[in-house]
Design a protein around this ligand. Structure first.
Ligand SMILES: NC(=O)c1ccc[n+]([C@@H]2O[C@H](COP(=O)([O-])OP(=O)(O)OC[C@H]3O[C@@H](n4cnc5c(N)ncnc54)[C@H](O)[C@@H]3O)[C@@H](O)[C@H]2O)c1
Length: 254
């Protein structure tokens, strides 16, 4: 499988340096970034090609992996899908725009392409998907991050946001993709609380789901990526797992 990457930052670096060609024939071949130097650096590390023009890689890939920014999904995803090319999208917040979601869904259907949204920086999506249509009454996400991760300069704990996921992704587009992932998994605009806490050095996500099935709670304490403290290591690892799963015969826990 030949892969092209949009966005050569923290996630792309971890994925590219962790995947070897023996990994189910995954060949990360093309690198695109609005900062060409970043694309060139990663391409030379991986023995791939940096492209100046995004369209150039569409002729020769089976899958595009987006790990840039929500705005890049709006910019490039329609074109990728029109070429019948599958996508992995990391900037999942972009899909909270309902009209855009429907546009991508219909383009993907028309051109026989698939859009994959990895579980990212949280655990428990398998359970949420399982109960989504079986009496799921309430889902909440509480996210706690360090001031550095949220770009704040404060020394006491503070609630930065309380409201719906659709609002959270607008206010914190690069920080709260997990709220979008959960909402899309259960088709509910879930309740989100974002806390900045100078005592934490991890990105902490707590999910509580309640309904006819009972209750479940998950808590993830993620180490941030060195290159980008907003981003959790687990997010990159979830994309690596997804990439490797495409050629597996027995898929566990999907
Ligand atoms: N799904 C999840 O759970 C999850 C978790 C963490 C991060 N993310 C998201 O994944 C994306 C990448 O994260 P990261 O930590 O690697 O970010 P990063 O800032 O380290 O790297 C992003 C790269 O994309 C490039 N870029 C930005 N906009 C672009 C555009 N319009 N066209 C081309 N290149 C562009 C930047 O120059 C940069 O090199 C972000 O949107 C982030 O919010 C998702």
């Amino acid at each position: 499988m030949k892969v092209g990457i949009i966005g050569c930052g923290a996630i792309a670096n971890i994925i590219t340096t962790s995947i070897v060609p023996e990994d189910n024939d995954i060949n990360i071949a093309y690198f695109f970034d609005k900062d060409i130097e970043r694309a060139e650096n990663l391409a030379s590390l991986a023995g791939g090609v940096a492209v100046l023009n995004f369209d150039d890689m569409l002729k020769d890939v089976d899958l595009i992996l987006e790990c840039a920014a929500p705005v890049s999904v709006k910019e490039y995803a329609p074109k990728v899908l029109e070429h019948g090319i599958d996508m992995i999208v990391m900037s999942i917040g972009a899909l909270m725009d309902n009209e855009f979601y429907k546009e991508l869904e219909s383009l993907a259907k028309k051109h026989n392409a698939k859009i994959h949204l990895p579980s990212g920086a949280i655990v428990g999506l398998d359970g949420i998907k399982a109960v989504a249509k079986f009496g799921l009454e309430e889902v909440t996400l509480t996210t706690k991050k360090s001031p550095k991760s949220l770009g704040k300069d404060i020394d006491t704990e503070e609630v930065l946001f309380e409201g719906k996921a659709s609002e959270a992704v607008k206010k914190f587009p690069l920080n709260i993709n997990v709220a979008a992932t959960i909402s899309l998994a259960c088709q509910k605009d879930i309740d989100v609380k974002i806390i900045v806490d100078p005592k934490v050095d991890r990105n902490v996500h707590e999910i509580v789901a309640k309904g006819d099935f009972g209750v479940f709670k998950t808590r993830t304490e993620n180490l941030p990526c060195e290159a980008n403290p907003k981003t959790s290591m687990l997010a990159a690892l979830s994309a690596i797992r997804l990439l490797k799963s495409f050629n597996e015969t027995i898929c566990v826990g999907m």
